[in-house]
Structure formats: C-alpha cells, structure tokens
Design a protein around this ligand. Structure first.
Ligand code: PEP
Ligand code: MG
Length: 902
C-alpha cells in the first residue's frame, strides 16, 4: 500500500513498511505486526503512528506538523485496500486504535475498538454482518463505553451501572441474553451518560473519533499507572508509545467466530507443545475480563479444524522465524483466522534455560546465542529454595516479589516483637503497611518481610534485598492493623502468632506453613545431581549452558571465603581460588578476647603474649584453607576490623562500671578497660583505625599473620600438598604504607619459606579513592591489585556502608537518582571510572599486574560485564554467587567476541 507523505518527517508506517527490528520507532506491537505482514501471515491491514510522533505530542501538547496529513494518506490507502470507507453508513470500515510501546506494559495504556461506528454506520454494520442487529448495537455500545472512558474520562462505573440495570430489568446476569432492542436502548443510555459528563454529544464524525482516540493513546503514556509501572520496571520515561490503527475483525459474529491467546511452548516450564486458551463467539476483551470461561486451545481442533491447523502452522513458522518462544493473540471471524499480535514471550527462569537448550537441539540457535537467552539473575532465582505447592495451598494475596526466597513464620507487626520472638528461636514474618528505618532490627530478626504498600524500590524491598532476606511488598489485598495486631485478607483475619508463608519471587502470600523444597540447581552444583544424565530437563539445560559459559569466559571466578567449609562449597560451585579471605572473621567467638587484649595492650609483654597465643590458631586456619583449595590461589587479607567491632560497646561498659561502683565493688580492671575504650573510641570507625593503619600502629600484628600464612603454606607443601598464598594489604591509600608492610613481610617470608619452594605474592586492595588515583605508584610495590568496591563505593560516594541503604536509598531510588543501589551494582561512571584508571595505570607501571575484584559487586551480573570490559583477571564473590559470576563472565565474553549470532 503506498502512501503519500506530506511532511519530510515520516510519522506513519504502513504494516508493510516496518519490521521487527524497529521496536524503538514502532513499538513492540507495531514492529511485530509489520513483521508478520511481511511474512505473508493473515494480519488485518493497518498502520502504525511512531513513538516519535507521541514524543513530539507529549513535549508540545499538540500533534506534530504533517502528522494529520500522513494519517489521512494512510487511511485513504487502507480504505482503498479494504474497499470500504471509515464509518461508511452502508458498509463501514471500522478500526481499533491500540497502544504499543517498545517494552510491553500490559494493560497500562489505552485501546479503543470499533472506531468508525455512529448512528448511521451501525445500520451498515448490521447489514454487513448478515442482518445481525444485535452484534452491531453491541459493537456500538462498546465503542461509546471505551471511548467515553479512555478518551473523555467518563467514569467507567456509570456505564457498568447502566448495563447492570438493563440486565436486571431483563432478569439476567448474562450479556448474551440481551437482544438488539436492549442494546439499542443501552446505546441511548450510554450517549446520555457521555453527554452528561462531557457537555457534548458523542462524536458522530469517524475521523474525529479516530483523532481523539489517537490523542488519548498518546496521553495514556503519562497516566499514573503507566508512570508507576515504568518506574517499577525501570523503563525510561521518555520513550513514548506508538499507536496502531488496525482494521477491526470480529470474533463475536457467531459460533464460527472466536478469539484466543497462545504460546508456542509452555512459558512456565519450557515444555514443548501448544499452550493457549480459546473463547468462541467473543472479542479479546471478553477473555481478559473473564466474563465467560475459556477452553483449552486444543478444543479448537474440534470446533474449526481448518483454522486450528492454520494456526499451528503459523505458530511453527513464527518460532522458526523468531527462533524463540512466541506468544500470540488471534481472532477467527466466521472461519477466517487473523493474527492480532505476536512477540517473543515472557517466561519463567526455569523455562528460559530449558527453552534455550531445546532451541540449540532444534538447530534454531547456537550455543553462544543460548548464553544470551538466559542470565545470572534467572540462575540466582533458581538457586533459592522454593515452596512445594500442591492444591491445598492457595495464595490469599499477591504482591510484588521484592526479594527472592521462600519464608514461613509467625506473623508479627512490630520490630520489637520480631526481635523478641526470634530470640526465642521462632521464625517470624514481619508484616507492616510499609517499613521505615526504625524497623531495621525487626527486619534483621525476621525470616521474611511482608508489606501491603510499596514497590520494588520501597524501603522494605531495598533493605531486604541488601540483607538477602525474602520480601513481598505492596500486597495491597492485605489490610494491616498494627494496633490491633492483625491483618485481614480475602475475608480472613490473621492474628499475631498465626503462620503465613511468603514467596519473594512470585510475590504470593499463603496462609499456614508451606513446605519448602531445596533447589535442584543447587543440588546439581553441589554435585549430587549429574547434569548430563539426570532426568530433569532444567538441570540438564543449566549444565549445558554453564559448560559453554565456562568454555568461553576470560574472567576467572574466585570466591570470598574464610573457612574450610565455605572454601569447599565454593569449589564445588566452580570457584577457581579464593579472592578474599577476611582474616578478621577468624577472630570472632572465643578469640575475640585475645584481639581485645592485643588492641588495648599498653605494655609490650601483654601484646606479645596475645600475639603468641594467636599465631598457632591462625596457622591452623590457613592450613585448613590451603588444603581445601589444593594449590589454587588463596588471597589472604591481613586483618581489617573496624575497631568498634572488636571492643566492648562504650556505653554498655560505662553503665556497668557505674553500677558496680554504686554497689561498692572493686572495679579497677573495668575502669582501666573503660579508659582504654574511651581512648580508642572513634566517631567514624569505618574511616578510622582499620586495615593497614591498624597494622602500622600495633607492632607485630601483621607480622604474626604473615608468619602464620607462610608457615601454614610450608607445612602443607612439606606434607605433599600444594599451597599458593597471596598476601593482601587492606585500605592502602599511599604506596609508603604498602612499602612499610612489604619490607617487614618479605623478611619473614624469606626466613620461613627457606627452600620449601613456596612462593608468596604480596599485593594490595584498591579500595580508597586515593589508591586508585595513585595506582601507578602503588603498583611498584604490589604484585596484584584487588578492587574492594564496597569501600571504594563508600568512600567514592561518601555513603556510609552501614547506614545509608536503610536510611535514604529507598527515596533516591524512588526519585530515580540512581536505578539500583551502587553497593549492589557498580556505578560505572564514578566508582567504575576509579577502577578503570587504577587498572590502566597499574598495568602501565607493572605489565602483567594481576587484577581482581572482591567487593560484593564481583557477584553482580551487570558488574561482571563491566569488570570483563575493564580487563580484570578475575572476580571474587560469595560461594553462592559463584555460578552466577561464571555464567555472566561467559555471556560477557560472547558479547565482546561479537559472536552474537542474531
Ligand atoms: C571491600 O571493601 O570491597 C572489601 C572487599 O572489603 P570489606 O568489605 O571487607 O571492607
Ligand atoms: Mg574493604
């Protein structure tokens, strides 16, 4: 169909002019309608008004120059193709006006059907439909209703109410019992409602209806629910929507008509086969509204074999063309099949893996492409335990899956009660309307958090994700009454102490305790399921994708572990070394007292005694880890405790001393301790005496650790094992700090290692901005750098790690100041820039300098891609994140290879 453009800028595309790659311009729906048209599939003819036209309209409040003329030209072309005119009284062309943005925003924007109907053309439509007056008047009343509601903001309930009145006068609940006269009467009633609310008659000019409907779709981009949805899904606010003007086809013309939706594979499990629903004698919105029950798509074979066969062959064709699971919407008008929509369908995490594997088997995609079809976030989801759901359990509410996992526990409504019950060993679920920073203790104590308000960036959601705690937010069916200690949902009352279960992935809330199933994917990583031979399609698919990712990735993946048990688990998960062993974690429990003595010691003798007691303990710690890692590199970080974590709390101590003094007890020792703690007290311990600073202030502390590391390595090697230690100095900001530590360490290492063959590298963390900016100097004294992106983020942004996420990040996220917490995913522009500078300048000063990252970002999918692009050698993350990092490192490698087969 040819259309004359009246303006230089093209705002309107016929379906035959677009294609699936033009989603930015034509929206997802428009681009795919064009693609299907070009494939020769039966798509009702139509055209798409671009997102650019919408952007221009939203920016200026009026249609851009030339748009009206281009619409006119395309409409004329459409009319001549269909041999009908829009709204022709005898034989009208009718169109639907449908929104369609680049990213699917289901139900968020507007659609108007049956545009072109008026008091005259309704008669023509009846004739066209075989003197079917009932159908024509039903279509007309639907137009007034939809148009009134979406274009002119007439309250929808008024139309509903009028419809109910006609039905009750007739003594029925079913729309289908209304005859043509009833519906004609309803049209009159609807027109009156329209006039009452708008102060004008329902527009009879078809072109005016069309223009107003298009404008309403543009405006619906900024409707409140659309804005909220975009914020939730992180869809940019300036994309705008395209508008599709499509020739109407009718599924409600009798028993040989109908409408349905289908998937080319099961989007839940990925299983092959046709999945879908069909509703005879109905229009699309009847399916959505659930007015009548649909039947499984397979029924269509019996009802209309030739349409069914055609549909199946189209679905196979679409899969082959898109090389992916597609979902479709279709209508059958008197035995003629029409395709109304297709797109690459959404699917669960499990289905994503299974389908990627199937498509490789079917030769539709290669293994590199399969890597693109899955991601680390999906893999992480599959590693959480899941609820074992059978029909006994029905969700009573669904909120937003804000932080994944499955948690059951007794309901509590206050933070204090959560802490109390948790201390008694109970599992609790903290239920609030919304949480705030005062709830932090309760959130820590709870197994899970449930709120009735708030989205994915609410306080509850952000903080829970940070803690790795299950959270469902915004379950608005729940009515929380904190003073009465109960909530109501679906007519049930749940009191404090009753058990509920929440699923942080699906957002579902259940009453009672739902049993939890371990993840098969974790069982596979743990080695208890054989990925090649197991009779479980998901595990086989994960195995296959992971094997390919491992073959492709350039980044090594290490783990952060400080015990033999963690090290062993991480190795099973595929870790290729330890990137961070935090030695301060080895000083908790009974050993804490030794460190306290060491820190507070005023006399050399006291200090040496404490160090001598610590040495063998540390040696044993390191031996265990070296043995577990069996020759893989182990980066041991010298102690980096913020002091306040090791000293007794000042206030508590002061109270104890005062009370004891009051009682006349001998408190000389406690007083000395109190004086010492006062002396060492810091306002900002995270910026205080920690890391290398502590090592330089307390003589012998680092030396003891270096000796323990070297002795442990020698012991393992002499015992026939392998050990590959790397000593890492924390919190270095100036090369002189590192040089001082290095000089002492080298002496000890030379003395201990002797001729054992053990080699010990010495390197540093880059976690203070100054270190990043002077990396060229620091590299002179370091054999490796490991980026401590937690502290680098803290000091780069000036955000206290311990406080800000609970204090105000939810607000920053809400305002869009950042899309995700910079502690979760690397801030590429700022902190990432520091990493890049340090990597480049470090390597320039010392070619071959080994580079890694051991902050939390090492296990974050997006950050892994960044570290790959910067050219690091490895990422290091918690054991559970190791598979995620392996997968994402593989995906990053395939992307940069340019071997994307799409
Ligand atoms: C870091 O700062 O990123 C880091 C790994 O060290 P820690 O978290 O122990 O301060
Ligand atoms: Mg740090």
């Amino acid at each position: 169909m040819a259309a004359q453009e009246n303006d230089d800028h093209k705002y309107v595309y016929d379906f035959s002019e677009g294609n699936k790659d033009l989603k930015d311009l034509l929206g997802g729906k428009g681009a795919n309608l064009a693609e299907m048209t070009n494939l020769g599939l039966p798509v009702p003819p139509g055209f798409t008004i671009t997102t650019e036209a919408c952007q221009a309209y939203l920016a200026t409040g009026r249609e851009p120059d030339g748009l009206a003329e281009q619409i006119e030209a395309h409409l004329r072309a459409l009319e001549s193709e269909m041999g009908k005119r829009l709204g022709d009284p005898r034989d009208p062309l009718l169109v639907s006006v449908r929104s369609g943005a680049k990213f699917s925003m289901p139900g968020m924007m507007e659609t108007v059907l049956n545009v072109g109907l008026n008091d005259q053309s309704v008669v023509g439509l009846a004739a066209q439909a075989g003197q079917n007056d009932r159908f024509a008047w039903d279509s007309y009343r639907r137009l007034i209703q939809m148009f009134g509601k979406t274009v002119c903001e007439v309250p929808g309930e008024e139309f509903e109410h009028a419809l109910d009145e006609v039905k009750s006068a007739k003594g029925t609940h079913n729309d289908l019992d209304l005859d043509a006269d009833d519906l004609r009467g309803l049209v009159d009633a609807y027109k009156k409602i329209f006039a009452k609310h708008t102060g004008r008659e329902f527009p009879q000019q078809p072109r005016e209806q069309l223009d107003l409907a298009i404008r309403a779709v543009f405006e619906s981009w900024n409707a409140e629910r659309a804005v909220l949805y975009r914020r939730q899904e992180r869809i940019p606010a300036d994309l705008g929507t395209a508008v599709n003007v499509v020739t109407m086809v009718f599924g409600n013309l009798g028993p040989d008509s109908g409408t349905g939706v289908a998937f080319t594979r099961d989007p839940g499990s990925g299983a092959q086969g046709i999945y879908g629903d069909y509703l005879a004698n109905a229009q699309g919105e009847d399916v959505v509204a659930g007015i009548r029950n649909t039947v499984p798509l397979q029924e269509l074979e019996r009802l209309d074999k030739s349409s069914y066969d055609e549909l199946l062959s189209i679905m196979a064709r679409l899969e082959e063309h898109y090389r992916d699971l597609c979902d479709i919407e279709f209508t059958i008008e008197r035995g003629k099949l029409w395709m109304l929509q297709t797109r690459v369908g959404k699917r669960t995490a499990a289905a994503a893996f299974v389908i990627a594997g199937q498509l490789v088997d079917e030769g539709l995609i290669d293994e590199d492409e399969a890597l693109h079809r899955v991601n680390g976030a999906q893999l992480a989801q599959l590693m959480f335990p899941r609820f074992q759901l059978d029909h006994e359990f029905e969700a009573v509410a669904t909120g937003i899956g804000a932080s994944p996992g499955a948690a059951s526990g007794k309901v509590v409504f206050t933070s204090a009660r959560a802490v109390e019950l948790a201390a008694e060993g109970e599992s609790v679920i903290l239920v609030r309307r919304e949480t705030n920073p005062d709830d932090l203790n309760g959130m820590i104590a709870a197994k899970g958090i449930l709120t009735s308000r708030g989205g994915k960036t609410s306080h509850a959601a952000v903080v829970a994700r940070g803690m790795g705690k299950t959270c469902v937010s915004g379950a608005d069916a729940i009515d929380v009454n904190v003073p009465a200690k109960r909530f109501t949902v679906a007519g049930r009352t749940v009191n404090e102490g009753d058990v509920v279960s929440i699923d942080g992935t699906t957002g579902k809330v259940y009453l009672g305790e739902v049993p939890v199933m371990p993840s098969e994917v974790v069982q596979y990583f743990e080695g208890s399921l054989d990925g090649e031979h197991v009779d479980n399609p998901l595990v086989r698919a994960v195995h296959r994708v992971m094997t390919h990712a491992d073959g492709k990735r350039r980044l090594a993946v290490r783990t952060n572990a400080d015990t033999g048990a963690d090290a062993a688990r991480a190795r099973r998960f595929g870790a290729e070394g330890i990137g961070l062993c935090r030695t301060e974690h080895m000083f908790l429990g009974e050993r804490r007292e030794l460190v306290e003595r060491l820190i507070l010691a005023r006399a050399e003798g006291e200090r040496d005694e404490a160090l001598a007691a610590l040495l063998p303990l540390q040696r044993a710690d390191f031996e265990e880890i070296f043995r577990e890692m069996d020759g893989l590199p182990v980066t041991v970080r010298l102690i980096d405790p913020p002091l306040h974590e090791f000293l007794p709390p000042l206030e508590q101590l002061a109270v104890n001393v005062a009370v004891a003094q009051e009682r006349g007890e001998d408190v000389a020792k406690e007083e000395a301790l109190l004086a010492a703690v006062r002396r060492m007290h810091e306002e900002n311990p995270m910026l205080g005496l920690r890391g290398v600073r502590l090592g330089l202030v307390i003589p012998g502390l680092f030396a003891m650790q270096v000796r323990a590391i070297a002795e442990a390595a020698v012991a393992v090697v002499r015992g026939g094992g392998k050990a590959c230690p790397e000593i890492m100095v924390p919190l270095v900001g100036a090369v002189q700090e590192l040089e001082t530590v290095r000089a002492e360490a080298e002496k000890i290492i030379t003395e201990v290692v002797g001729d054992s063959g053990v080699e010990v590298l010495i390197g540093t963390m880059i976690e203070v901005p100054r270190a990043a900016l002077t990396a060229g100097q620091i590299a002179e004294a370091a054999e490796f750098f490991s980026f401590g992106t937690n502290d680098l983020t803290q000091m780069g942004w000036g955000f206290s790690r311990d406080d800000v996420e609970g204090a105000f990040f939810w607000r920053y996220l809400e305002l869009g100041i950042f899309g995700i917490s910079p502690f979760e995913s690397i801030d590429r522009d700022g902190v990432g820039r520091l990493v890049r500078i340090a990597a480049e300048e470090g390597r320039a000063a010392r070619p071959g300098l080994k580079l890694g990252v051991c902050g939390e970002h090492g296990g974050d999918p997006d950050s892994v891609h960044f570290f790959h692009s910067v050219g690091l050698d490895y990422v290091s993350c918690s054991p559970f994140r190791v598979p995620v990092a392996r997968l994402e490192a593989g995906r990053a490698a395939v992307e940069t290879d340019g071997s994307d087969s799409r």
